[in-house]
Design a protein around this ligand. Sequence first.
Ligand SMILES: [Zn+2]
Length: 377
Amino acid sequence: MAHQDIRIGKIFGIEIGVSFSWFVIFGLVTVLLATAYFPQNYPKLPRYEYLALGLITALLFFASVLTHELMHSVVAKLNNIPIHSITLFIFGGVAHMDRDAEKPREEFLMAAAGPVTSLVLSLLFAMIYLASTAFHLPVLIAGPALYLAIINLYLALFNLVPGFPLDGGRVLRAVIWWATGDVRRATRIASRFGQAFAAFLIAVGILMVFSSQTLWLDGIWFIFIGLFLWQVAAAGYEEVVLHNVLNNVTVADIMTRDVIAADATIMLDALVNEYFMRYKHSRFPVEEDGHTIGVVTLDDVKDVPREKWPQTRTRAITPPLSDEEAVASTTPAEEALSRMMAAKRGHLIVIDDDVLVGIMTMNDLATAVRMRRGLGV
Ligand SMILES: [Zn+2]
């Protein structure tokens, strides 16, 4: 869970959090319901009743979204895909999972669980509404029930649009994946559908903004949601491609061997002239008594004023080697990549049995991905 999220509880071992944007939307939804929707549909009620209707409905609406997300996660857990937490944010929810589905069947069940849940909720609220009209129950029950029956139906239908990253797009991806056995192709097709739908939303949004004085706010919403979906659709595809390309690749396949290590005792002017200028690398492992003590980068050198270079030893400016900075050559390349990303570091040094055997940089990784994609291997 990102640090700015506010934790609200734990269900089925899954932490539930809300992002700040959620409170803004919650307030907005409550106000719109209490001042527009309910007064229009149920006129001549006291004002506090509209406020109560707005609050009850907004709360149940967000509970519906949460249930939808929770069911995705429950099905994921049943398929042994660990879920740590769910964050409700402006467009719904995001589940934080450790890995993607490995089989089309898992993906299908996980994706379908959400819209099915929304459909069931819609039916449930529809039944409550029918019962409340039959038995003349107060508007505080009938009003929210009708609204929630409709909104959950919308939620199910919207999410069933067959474009990745929407649930329907994941279902489509699972079906193509199952039919062709090619997850990359399935993702590409589902992402294209997702981008087409996003473009459609943006186009409709722009039309609404410029052609209607009553719908321009909805139009802006359409544009926002469209842009968001577009971005996720594109990024999701890249991620799968990367995952595919790096599958079965280890650090040993990618790293630069024959590393040139700098001596920890040399002064910075020697380090600059004999290493950085000579080999034109942006970083060097630093060794002392046969042990690697860290990696020195050009930025570390730049932090020291030039006149101090002749008196400063390389050891003094080398950040101490951290556990996450060193890997074994047998580490999967994808794991190495996540480590570099997590630490916002451009390199890892590769150490087998206490001996420095290589260095892996983002550059090495990018080259490897480019080559493998180009060769189609
Ligand atoms: Zn969903």
